[in-house]
Design a protein around this ligand. Structure first.
Ligand SMILES: [Mn+2]
Length: 325
């Protein structure tokens, strides 16, 4: 089915139901929650009789969405007698990622709206667009293709979701302008690029800034300056707080001239270390993560490795040596 037809059939499908359970993935981000909020808001505007339940299993770790928690339930209420419920799962490539047990979900048709290319083929109605940089952009399309315009609030959360998944436009692919044309309409509808940037970059604790400094201070170059590696101890984490800002840390590390990849090794308190990997060249860090039983993409990946900090750092460097030496 063409994407146009899929979108039309999804819009049509909404008409058959009167109760909507809108779910996203666990450890939610603004793409998932923004998609849920905008779709819920729009369905509520159109179908004034409909019951809308925004559902999230949490945990709510990210500062930019911390205020949204009261809008969501973490336990799904039962549908009313005689109602026609639909379960909508957004930005989620497998059912497990919702964080809910199957028994906690009402027995109802399932619609999946997602932009991940890989994943399990679950759900009865599927709207999947791997070319879409965010799920929020797909929700915007549903709203616009039904002849409507997002409200200011819908535009704000849709824009925030797009900025989250594109690293504030950094990951938008060249050669395709439609996503930028679409988000320009969100700005026209009232979304603020400045406020959105401050929401994504701000709201941090002093401890988290000091932690950035500490980890940066320890950074070392390897393989003729092609790899930068740093580390964080369990003690740092206890002292300065659990709030992390990995994206900022990787940005700073990857801004070193001539660098190809960055690694952060984080000591856990259970004899393991969590290793985060980022690349800005063709060097496939997903491959390195998979060597240790982890996963991810070519440019962003992670794994958990047993051993103390020194052992894990040495082991990771050995694996990089095969590729960079
Ligand atoms: Mn997403």
């Amino acid at each position: 089915m063409s994407q146009d037809k899929t979108v039309a059939s999804v819009i049509e499908a909404f008409e058959k139901f009167d109760t909507f359970y809108i779910l996203g993935h666990e450890e939610p981000d603004a793409d998932c929650l923004g998609s849920q909020r905008a779709l819920g808001s729009w369905l509520g505007r159109h179908r004034r009789d409909a019951k809308i339940h925004l559902c999230s299993a949490g945990p709510w770790g990210r500062p930019e969405i911390a205020d949204w928690q009261p809008l969501f339930v973490n336990r799904l209420p039962s549908p009313e007698e005689g109602s026609s419920p639909l379960v909508i799962i957004m930005d989620c490539s497998s059912f497990d990622r919702t964080g809910f047990a199957e028994s906690a979900i009402p027995d109802a048709p399932v619609m999946v709206i997602d932009h991940h290319a890989a994943g399990s083929d679950f759900g009865d109605i599927r709207y999947i667009d791997p070319l879409s940089p965010s799920t929020t952009l797909m929700v915007q399309r549903l709203i616009e293709d039904s002849g409507d315009t997002p409200t200011v609030e819908e535009a704000e959360v849709l824009f925030l979701g797009f900025c989250t998944d594109t690293g504030y436009f950094r990951h938008v692919e060249p050669g395709r302008s439609e996503p930028l044309e679409a988000v320009a309409r969100l700005v026209a509808a009232g979304a603020s690029p400045g406020d959105t940037f401050r929401l994504l970059a701000g709201g941090r604790s002093l401890g988290s800034r000091k932690l950035l400094g500490r980890v940066l201070e320890r950074a070392e170059l390897f393989f003729g300056g092609r790899l930068v590696l740093s580390w964080e101890t369990w003690k740092d984490w206890r002292e300065l707080g659990s709030e992390r800002d990995s994206d900022m840390l990787y940005q700073l590390m990857l801004s070193i001239a001539g660098i190809e990849a960055a690694v952060i090794v984080r000591e856990q308190n259970d004899g393991f270390c969590v290793v985060g990997l980022r690349s800005i060249t063709n060097l496939d860090v997903g491959d390195i993560a998979r060597f240790f039983g982890g996963g991810g993409h070519k440019k962003a990946a992670g794994c958990t490795v047993s051993g103390d900090l020194d052992d894990v750092i040495e082991h990771v460097l050995q694996v990089f040596a095969d590729r960079l030496d």
